[in-house]
Design a protein around this ligand. Structure first.
Ligand SMILES: NC(=O)c1ccc[n+]([C@@H]2O[C@H](COP(=O)([O-])OP(=O)(O)OC[C@H]3O[C@@H](n4cnc5c(N)ncnc54)[C@H](O)[C@@H]3O)[C@@H](O)[C@H]2O)c1
Length: 251
């Protein structure tokens, strides 16, 4: 458990929290493969990590995490590139802001397919090749704890509640294999995902006012929590959900 993991797959690596995580992991000496629907973006981030952190190797591959065959193939290629798999970060996710009464069944299912089924598929494929000492960090949201009320609506909140429960179940099951599993739950974070809702000044002000720090977080602030949970410093942290939200959810 004390050897720091060095090879990591990051889903949703082309943008926001996933991209910041690739760069933070590279700074800590990891090699990474990013999986994203946006292949160009994933490869751009991989190239940036290689340029900024010489000696670390990075790649970006096309993968829709909700599609089983694509996940299986992408994990196979990523494992070949990395040579081993010590860590997984599941940051790929989608938000939905359609009001409760208006969202279609198709939209509701797609949010759960990406956020919940996609997270589980990636955990499953990772666990097939991970060795004892490996770690997984899922990216949920405080929406999953407080039932939304920020930018995302019903489907998003319920999917993120699902991710929190899924990661706890994985933490129970995969402990037998020596794999540590934890979750981060970010509050509102400045990324393309919520750029549209935050462009409304009244909405932005309301979200900022919810936090004790009276501000929106930065993707790098979430990434540093993820890197900590993957690290040997967190060796006894298991099945935990680290809330990083500037003080929205304080009891
Ligand atoms: N930004 C926030 O305020 C916030 C708050 C709490 C939780 N989160 C969570 O953090 C994670 C990262 O979000 P972000 O804010 O960085 O958003 P983002 O939109 O900047 O990045 C999400 C990435 O996931 C990729 N993606 C989407 N669907 C995919 C799929 N089916 N397969 C593969 N890749 C896919 C996108 O292409 C994109 O690169 C998400 O799970 C999100 O729900 C974000």
């Amino acid at each position: 458990m004390n050897t720091p993991p060095r090879a990591c797959i990051v889903t949703g690596s082309a943008s926001g929290i996933g991209a910041a995580t690739v760069l933070a992991l590279a700074a800590a000496g990891y090699h990474t493969v990013g999986l994203d629907l946006n292949t160009d973006g994933a490869q751009r981030v991989a190239m940036q990590a290689e340029l900024e952190y010489p000696g670390t190797r990075h790649d970006g591959l096309l993968c829709d995490v909700a599609e089983e065959a694509q996940v299986v193939a992408a994990f196979h290629h990523a494992h070949e590139f990395l040579g081993s798999l010590d860590a997984l970060v599941t940051s790929a996710g989608v938000v939905d802001t359609t009001p409760f009464m208006d969202i279609s069944v198709e939209q509701f299912r797609r949010i759960h397919d990406v956020n919940v089924v996609g997270t589980w598929l990636c955990m499953r494929e990772a666990a097939k090749v991970m060795k004892p000492g490996a770690t997984i960090c899922a990216v949920a949201s405080i929406a999953g704890l407080r039932g939304g009320g920020l930018s995302g609506t019903a489907a998003y909140a319920s999917s993120k509640g699902g991710v929190i429960a899924l990661a706890k179940n994985a933490a129970r099951v995969l402990a037998a294999q020596g794999i540590r599993v934890n979750t981060v739950s970010p509050g509102a974070t400045e990324t393309p995902m919520i750029a549209k809702p935050l462009s409304n000044p009244a909405h932005r002000q309301r979200i900022e006012n919810l936090a004790a720090q009276q501000r929106i977080g930065r993707a790098e602030e979430i990434a540093s929590g993820i890197v900590y949970l993957l690290s040997a410093q967190a060796s006894f942290t298991h099945g935990a959900n680290l809330v990083i939200d500037g003080g929205i959810l304080m009891p």
